[in-house]
Design a protein around this ligand. Structure first.
Ligand code: HEC
Length: 198
């Protein structure tokens, strides 16, 4: 193939030809523009710095380290929240709740939902004891009512609500039941020891 059959290159006059030639193929001396090479070199340098910064001991944190740090903060805050917001049930807390209308309200709703089958809506008792008289089978305090509600009396047919109910709900029920005591509604005969009303 002779060179004459090639279509003449329109840039033949502008770009100088390199001196080498292989099988009749010549190469223009046509270097990449400076700005292009510059950007290329910068990306290479950037990659090196990035690798050092985030992965090879530099001050940057990798995404895993950031996640681990956030998790640690979160767990610490959660533990602190649970420590300071723990709902502890004792007689003083129940006495406070007994004065809280919203709690009594919530307790009343729960009572209608879960307890009337055995204690009746007015608490006067059926399968379960009369909760309105001034006698209590298990203990005497609000906390004793709470404990009975939570642990139940399986042998006598009172359900252990602790397995399915939240502490706050059982506390609301305890103060609601306590508030019924002393109403002395006619119903099931008194069982347990005389404890009086709250
Ligand atoms: C399946 C029937 C049944 C249901 C439902 C039931 N109870 Fe009872 N409950 C009983 C029986 C029976 C006893 C008596 C246990 C005993 O003799 O030791 C009792 C006892 C109690 C006592 C103790 C009373 C005392 O004098 O010491 C409380 C408080 C009480 N129930 C509250 C509740 C509350 C609140 C609910 C609803 C969340 C509830 N009960 C649902 C059957 C039931």
């Amino acid at each position: 193939m002779s060179k004459d059959t090639h279509t003449p290159d329109p840039r033949a006059d502008e770009a100088p030809l390199m001196s080498h030639e292989y099988d009749g193929i010549r190469e223009y001396d046509n270097p990449l523009p400076g700005w292009w090479s510059g950007i290329f070199v910068l990306t290479v340098i950037f990659a090196g710095v990035y690798w050092y910064w985030y992965h090879a001991g530099g001050p940057g944190k990798s995404i895993h380290e950031k996640h681990a740090a956030k998790m640690q903060t979160y767990l610490a805050e959660k533990a602190e929240y649970e420590r300071t917001h723990k709902f502890e049930v004792n007689d003083a807390v129940l006495a406070d709740l007994a004065a809280d209308v919203a709690t009594l309200d919530a307790g009343g709703k729960l009572f209608m939902q879960h307890c009337v089958g055995c204690h009746l809506a007015d608490g006067s008792g059926q399968t379960g004891p009369n909760l309105t008289d001034e006698y209590q089978i298990h203990g005497s305090s609000r906390l004793d009512l709470y404990t009975t509600i939570r642990d139940g009396v399986p042998a006598k047919g009172m359900i252990s609500w602790g397995a399915t109910m939240k502490e706050r709900d059982m506390a609301a029920l305890a103060v609601y039941v306590a508030a019924m005591r002393g109403k002395n509604l006619p119903g099931k005969v008194a069982e347990g020891g005389k404890v009086g009303a709250f």
